[in-house]
Structure formats: structure tokens, C-alpha cells
Design a protein around this ligand. Structure first.
Ligand code: NAD
Ligand code: UDX
Length: 474
């Protein structure tokens, strides 16, 4: 007999907690899912009547929220209450890279996880399954167990099982990834606890897709999956650079190697470099762990994946600048600011560094993104909140307007010297280049870092084109 789960609490209503619990609530109607967070604005956005105001944009999310919110899906700031009522608690808080102390710049900062564990130890009642949903360094289970057990004072004290259940969703396709996962990974030692979580997934995931491991394998498998994926992006980007210098075309190379079933065709798109909140932080965490366990060769092997990525982003800025004597005063349209299409997330987006590089050389940027808000761009570009308000309120402060957010219409394109495609939003592949070419300055440049435009149409319209992985096209 496995443990009966009636109430679930998820601590952290972010890019993982929100969509994950929404799909759980949709698939398991007899369980209450209480998503709690300390961030008041975030929770009120999750509870917003206007579903276009949800804090996260994910295709398909609105539909599920409409169906489940208020039924068996609750968003609230009542963290302690959520903990005391739950049979099973997901810890789904952020685990950023440490900025100070031992391991700064590489190791994961576990302060939010630790604080959750302390709250759980204080407020949990009876027997509770604590699930690591956040991505954690291998052996974090030990740390959590230590905190949970430190409060034990009598035989009436709450008891706990610790389970690892890392999340593999990708932003932009989170709902599909959750509804049709390649696999679900559940790690731990208590069979009843593992099966209790397995049964929840069993509502929509077939048994063969649920992998049970020990706690440490599960924790390490998540870091490893992200490291392998990021490694593929750096690998193809390194080959893309070589293609640009040799006349080879990275798309053709990718197709040629991807048909080898041992290599596979996915994750071979050369681009501006990987972004997102996970890859860099998780690889650096792996580097830290390797060094910590006395394996510096392993550490430097993985660190090179991040180094190649940083180099690739800088390379793109240099290529844009190399086409002009100077970009000072040049008007450049930036198409896409999110780190990938179909998300409003800009964390570690290559667009941030590339825009900063161009701004520091004196370019004037017109930025478009269908989902990223102007305020977020302002934060990412390091503009102070005061500057942001001044730019928006007064024409006198035009000198601060080195960049502006634009809609995707004539005003953006008019008299631009160049357009740089940084995110693969579908609308950019539908641009009518023969019209745009008339609005841009001549000779106008298009830099396609995502390889989504029709090169023939661009060249026919008289524009110059640089495309990732085959360079300048004539
Ligand atoms: P996020 O920053 O979007 O959300 C984390 C939330 O946790 C925030 O809203 C924050 O306010 C809340 N929080 C922090 N401490 C809290 C506390 N003590 N009590 C209550 N709430 C608290 O982060 P995310 O992108 O959802 O990532 C969460 C974890 O999942 C990370 O470990 C990440 O590596 C991992 N992960 C992320 C993704 C992704 O695509 N974003 C995918 C897989 C795994
Ligand atoms: C990643 C993992 O894929 C996911 O399993 C994990 O749970 C969280 O981290 P995410 O960061 O949301 O997901 O997106 P992903 O699709 O992996 O893309 C990451 C970055 O790599 C993006 O900037 C994307 O544009 C880039 N990328 C991806 C490429 O440049 N080329 C590719 O072929 C694939």
C-alpha cells in the first residue's frame, strides 16, 4: 500500500512551480495543489482575472489555468499554511549561482532551499514527503534531511521522506513537455514515498516512462542532462564559426551528422549562444562539484562549454560592428530579446550582452519582442529605475534614450542601418523584406543569428545579409 496523497503544496510559483502544478491539477482532479510563494506581486499576477497578465507566458498555460484555478489549483502567499496542510511538498524555489563565499561564481546558492526546509521542519504536520523539484547539487538531500531532522523533539514530531524529482521542462514548450514527458525521474530510498509520487504521475504518464533511481543519481542526472544539452549547443556553435570561415554551411553539416542515429538531429541549431536560467548555472555547479571532489580535469572539460558560449556571444557583437566603420549613431533594430521563442523569460538571454556591446559603442537600438516587457529590458540593460521613469515621462531626457521598445511596424524599420534577429519568433520569418528594404537606409544589413529568414528573398530585396553558420551571403 502506498501513501495516500490528498493535498500537495509547491513552494515557489515561478517558471517551474506555476506550469508544473497547473498540469498536475489538470490531470489529478482529486488532489488539491496549493502553490505558495513569498512574492506578493507574483501570486497576485497568478490570481489575476485578466489571464493575459499571468506572470509567465507559456503556450497552453492560460487554458489550464482557466480550467483549474479555484477548483483544485490555488495560488497563495500563505506559505506556512500550505506546508501544514500538505501530505507532499515540492520545493521549487530558485537555486542561483552563489555570488559570495565558498564557491562564489560557480556553486549553487542553496539559501532559498535551506529556508524552505526550515519552514517545513517548523510547520509540517504528521508524515510529509518532501520532493526536490528545484535543480540541486548532488547530495543536497543530505542537507535537507539534516535541517528537517534538527527540529525533531518528541515522538509526536513530524516525520519526512525525501525524494528527488527534477524537472525537465523547456520554457516555451513547458505544457507540452509536462503533458508528454520523455521520462519522469524519481529518486530516493523509501519505496512507499517513491510510489506515492509515481502514482500521481501515473494519472497521465505510462509506467515505462517513470524511472526510479537512488537520490544521488536523480540529483546528478538533472545536472548531467543540462550539461549534455548545453554541450551540444556549444559544439554546433563552434562548428558554425568554422563554417563561416570555410564556405561550409552549418545547416548542411548539422543535417549530415544528425541523421546518424547515435548523434540524433535535435539541438543542432547554431545560434547566438545558449541563454536561459539553467544551462550556465547548472554547468558551473557541475564544475564546482567536480573540483570539490578533486576532479579538476572534469571541471575544466565542462567549463569550456560555458567559455565557448560567452565567446560566441561576443563574436556576434564583433561581426555586427565589423560591417560598419563605427556603429556610433547607427540605428539598429533588435528583433527578439527573450532567450528563446515562446517565452517572456530574458534570464541569460544572449540579447542582453549583444545589446550592451552595441550600446557601449554608441549605437541607437530599437528593440522589439512580442512578450518581453519594456521594464524587463530596462532592468536587463542596467538602466536605473529613475532613468527608466525619466525616459518615459519627459522628452528632455531624450539623451538617455539610447534604446527604445518598438512594435513590429514601419516606425521600427524606418531609416535603420541594420536589423539583428536574436530570437526565433515566428513573426520574424514572415517579414516582407522587399517592403522593409525600402524603409531601411541603404545599404541596409540584416544579421540573422537564428537562421530563420529566407536568404534568397533578403538578397533579392537588395539588403546585405549575414547569417549564422555561413557568414556574409551575396
Ligand atoms: P523562479 O525564480 O522563476 O521561481 C522561484 C520562486 O521561488 C520565486 O517566485 C521566489 O519568490 C520563490 N521563493 C524563493 N524562496 C522562497 C521561499 N522560502 N518561500 C516561498 N517562495 C520562495 O525559478 P524557476 O525558473 O521556477 O526555477 C526553480 C528551480 O527549478 C531552479 O532550481 C531551476 O534550476 C529549476 N528548473 C528551472 C527550469 C526552467 O526552465 N526555468 C527548468 C527545470 C528546472
Ligand atoms: C533547458 C533544458 O532543455 C530543459 O530540459 C531544462 O529543464 C531547463 O533548461 P530551456 O533553457 O528552457 O530548457 O530551453 P532550451 O530549449 O533547452 O534552450 C536553451 C538555450 O539553448 C536557448 O537559448 C536556445 O535558443 C539555445 N539552443 C537550443 C540553441 O541555440 N540551439 C539549439 O539547437 C537548441
Amino acid at each position: 500500500m502506498s501513501l495516500q496523497i490528498k493535498k500537495v503544496c509547491c513552494i515557489g510559483a515561478g517558471y517551474v512551480g506555476g506550469p508544473t502544478m497547473s498540469v498536475f491539477a489538470d490531470k489529478c482532479t482529486d488532489i488539491i495543489f496549493n502553490v505558495v510563494d513569498v512574492n506578493v506581486d507574483r501570486i497576485s499576477a497568478w490570481n489575476s482575472d485578466d489571464l493575459s497578465n499571468l506572470p509567465i507566458f507559456e503556450p497552453g498555460l492560460e487554458r489550464i489555468i482557466r480550467k483549474c484555478r479555484g477548483r483544485n489549483l490555488i495560488f497563495s502567499n500563505e506559505v506556512n499554511n500550505g506546508i501544514s496542510e500538505a501530505d507532499l511538498i515540492f520545493i521549487s524555489v530558485n537555486t542561483p549561482t552563489k555570488t559570495k563565499g565558498e564557491g562564489a561564481g560557480k556553486a549553487s546558492d542553496l539559501k532559498y532551499v535551506e529556508s524552505c526546509a526550515k519552514q517545513i521542519s517548523k510547520y509540517a504536520k504528521g508524515h510529509t514527503i518532501v520532493v526536490e523539484k528545484s535543480t540541486l547539487p548532488v547530495r543536497t538531500g543530505e542537507l535537507i534531511k539534516g535541517i528537517l531532522e534538527s527540529q525533531k523533539s518528541s515522538i509526536k514530531s513530524p516525520t519526512f521522506d525525501i525524494v528527488s524529482n527534477p524537472e525537465f521542462l523547456s520554457e516555451g514548450s513547458a505544457i507540452k513537455d509536462l503533458e508528454f514527458p520523455d521520462r519522469v525521474l524519481i529518486g530516493g530510498s523509501n519505496k512507499k514515498a517513491l510510489l506515492a509520487l509515481g502514482e500521481i504521475y501515473g494519472n497521465w504518464v505510462s509506467k515505462e516512462k517513470i524511472i526510479y533511481t537512488n537520490l544521488w543519481s536523480s540529483e546528478l542526472a538533472k545536472l548531467t542532462a543540462n550539461a549534455f544539452l548545453a554541450q551540444r549547443v556549444s559544439s554546433i556553435n563552434s562548428i558554425g564559426a568554422l563554417c563561416e570561415n570555410t564556405g561550409a554551411d552549418v545547416r548542411e553539416v548539422a543535417r549530415a551528422i544528425g541523421t546518424d542515429s547515435r548523434i540524433g538531429e535535435k539541438f543542432l541549431n547554431s545560434g547566438p549562444g545558449f541563454g536561459g536560467s539553467c544551462f550556465k548555472k547548472d554547468i558551473l555547479n557541475l564544475v564546482y562539484l567536480a573540483n570539490h571532489f578533486g576532479l579538476p580535469e572534469v571541471g575544466s572539460f565542462w567549463e569550456s562549454v560555458v567559455e565557448l558560449n560567452t565567446w560566441n556571444q561576443k563574436r556576434l557583437s564583433s561581426i555586427i560592428m565589423s560591417k560598419f566603420n563605427s556603429v556610433r549613431g547607427k540605428v539598429i533594430g533588435i528583433l527578439g530579446f527573450a532567450f528563446k521563442a515562446n517565452t517572456n523569460d530574458t534570464r541569460e538571454s544572449p540579447a542582453i550582452q549583444i545589446c550592451k556591446d552595441l550600446l557601449s559603442e554608441g549605437a541607437i537600438l530599437r528593440i522589439h519582442d512580442p512578450k518581453v516587457e519594456k521594464k524587463q529590458i530596462s532592468i536587463d540593460l542596467g538602466q536605473s529605475f529613475k532613468e527608466y521613469l525619466l525616459c518615459n515621462q519627459s522628452k528632455e531626457f531624450n539623451n538617455l534614450k539610447k534604446w527604445e521598445k518598438f512594435s513590429l511596424d514601419k516606425e521600427l524599420f524606418q531609416d535603420t542601418d541594420a536589423l539583428v534577429i536574436l530570437t526565433e519568433w515566428e513573426e520574424y520569418s514572415k517579414i516582407n523584406w522587399s517592403v522593409i528594404a525600402n524603409w531601411m537606409k541603404s545599404p541596409g544589413w540584416v544579421f540573422d543569428s537564428r537562421s530563420i529568414v529566407d536568404s534568397k528573398k533578403i538578397l533579392k530585396s537588395g539588403l546585405n545579409l549575414w547569417r549564422v553558420g555561413d557568414g556574409t551571403l551575396n
